[in-house]
Design a protein around this ligand. Structure first.
Ligand code: ATP
Ligand code: MG
Length: 141
């Protein structure tokens, strides 16, 4: 499945993404620096009712978000492996625990620790399609 979206319509793209991937928990977002991984993950979180993302002071390796209405949604891990040297460092940071916790996990730079992902991980590929347009592909082919 492919989505092409302008920044102005990112919430709509996030909604379609969620409908398409219902039931999945671990999402690996591939794409070069500035491709729009963080921006799209934040749009998905907005769509899921998370309201406190912009207030997180620093961008750590593992961010845990909770919806405002806790009973109306599950917690979400947003993980950025960019600064990880290797798989072992990611495991020591507790990334694997998150990935197998059953919670929804959105992961940037999954290629830093490819071996720690569960077999049913959904792989997402984001590429530039224009200055404010992005192409997002779900699945390996
Ligand atoms: N359609 C779009 N979707 C997502 N981002 C877009 C879009 N159009 C423009 N942008 C811009 O592209 C940039 C994407 O930056 P972002 O931090 O999301 O990338 P990233 O893939 O997370 O990079 P990094 O690997 O450094 O973490 C932002 O400045 C965002 O505003
Ligand atoms: Mg990012």
């Amino acid at each position: 499945m492919e989505l092409i979206f302008h920044l102005d319509a990112i919430r709509d793209a996030a909604r379609r993404f969620l409908a398409e991937t219902k039931g999945k928990t671990v999402f690996a977002f591939h794409g070069e620096m500035g491709a729009g991984k963080t921006t799209f993950i934040h749009a998905i979180c907005d769509e899921k009712g998370i309201r406190d993302i912009v207030s997180s002071p620093t961008f750590s390796i593992i961010n845990e978000y909770r919806p405002e209405d806790a009973k109306n949604g599950e917690k979400i891990f947003h993980i950025d492996l960019y600064r990880m040297k290797d798989q072992e460092e990611a495991m020591l940071a507790g990334v694997e625990d998150c990935l197998y916790s059953g919670a929804i996990c959105f992961v940037e730079w999954p290629e830093k620790a490819p071996g720690i992902f569960p077999p049913d991980t959904e792989h997402i590929y984001i590429t530039l399609a224009g200055s404010e347009t992005r192409k997002l592909r779900i699945g390996r082919n």
